[in-house]
Write a protein that binds this ligand. Structure first.
Ligand code: CUA
Length: 341
């Protein structure tokens, strides 16, 4: 194994370990449906694929047969076979056109039925709003434990076996919200609200991905959906609704000062402090998240340091500017942020 491959494998392992998924970085496949909506889409795509394959084989078969079939010998004295041959050809074309029309219309009606079923509004859904930004996801639980909205970013937690209704918006350009294992993609269009309903049948970590080209870092605009049993989800939401933990020691206190006194607080919010920026992700419980930089890095101390000191290296073009901090200040800031669980 070459050393670069070795390094990559180790990094992937560290990432998987950080996610607690024992060797997987979260599921991401349309061929592995994990919820009722994904089941329906899987069935639809299977029917369309198998149907198209059968039609393809039939068409190619007839084409080959037509090439191989030799016209009957005709002569001027006896034009009858030519006439018969011509009639048969017309009949074949009419039958083929009718069969094509019936097949396409049937598939269209089936497709429309599936789309309508997917748009149906479920009873008692969990309501979440997700706003797309270049290049991260603002996530708001509309009904928190006290009825107040709860804000987080780049990670959704959902209870299993309960439909989740997601309002999709965009703050800048068109993005597209896509969790392949749970639902089809739906665009997030500036000035418009689109809706998506999805449900996870079993606990797991599902990777989501922006599915509409939205600029330089489109490919690195990812997120995670953590599906968990209802009590665990409720506990998570209650914790996310709480204000940030106050510094527990002198180093954390120094870190908080750097955070509040520097440019961090202009773009980020930490509830319970004076930091109320909204241009970047809410960091109230940053340490509780799986990833940094929208699914790009595992949430480890080293990655956090790299992201703060040189974000343009990780995601060129990101709105997050580099922080010019000395070693001591960096240590303090990391200590403060890593305690925000
Ligand atoms: Cu956001 Cu592509």
């Amino acid at each position: 194994m070459r050393s670069s491959e070795h390094r990559r494998a180790r990094a992937q392992l560290a990432f998987a370990g950080a996610l607690g998924t024992a060797g997987c970085q979260g599921r991401q496949s349309t061929l592995d449906p994990r919820g009722p909506e994904a089941d329906v889409l899987y069935e639809l795509s299977s029917v369309l694929f198998i149907g198209s394959a059968i039609i393809f084989v039939l068409v190619i078969g007839f084409l080959i047969a037509a090439f191989l079939k030799r016209p009957k010998q005709v002569d001027d004295q006896n034009p009858e076979p030519e006439v018969r041959y011509g009639r048969a050809r017309v009949r074949t074309v009419v039958v083929a056109v009718a069969a094509t029309a019936v097949t396409l219309i049937t598939l269209l009606l089936y497709n429309l039925g599936v789309s309508r079923a997917l748009e149906a509004r479920p009873e008692n859904p969990l309501e979440i709003e997700v706003v797309g930004h270049q290049w991260w996801w603002e996530v708001t639980y509309l009904g928190g434990p006290s009825g107040q909205p709860v804000r987080t970013a780049n990670e959704l937690h959902i209870p299993v076996n309960r439909p989740v209704s997601i309002r999709l918006k965009s703050r800048d350009v068109i993005h597209s919200f896509w969790v392949p294992n749970l639902q089809g993609k739906v665009d997030m269009i500036p000035g418009r609200i689109n809706n998506l309903v999805m449900e996870a049948r079993e606990p797991g970590i599902y990777r989501g991905q922006c599915a509409e080209f939205c600029g330089l870092q489109h490919a690195k605009m990812a997120f995670y959906v953590v599906a968990e049993p209802a009590p665990k989800f409720e506990a998570w939401l209650t914790h996310q609704a709480s204000a940030a933990i106050q510094p527990q020691d002198a180093l954390a206190e120094a870190g908080q000062k750097i955070f509040l006194g520097g440019p961090c607080a202009l773009c980020h919010a930490v509830r319970g402090t004076l930091a109320m920026g909204s241009a970047g992700p809410d960091l109230t419980h940053i340490a509780s998240r799986l990833s940094l930089g929208s699914g790009e890095l595992a949430n480890t101390r080293g990655n956090l340091a790299g992201w703060i000191l040189d974000p343009q290296h990780v995601k060129p073009g990101t709105r997050m500017p580099a922080s010019h901090l000395d070693r001591q200040s960096t240590e303090a800031l990391l200590h403060y942020l890593q305690a925000l669980n």
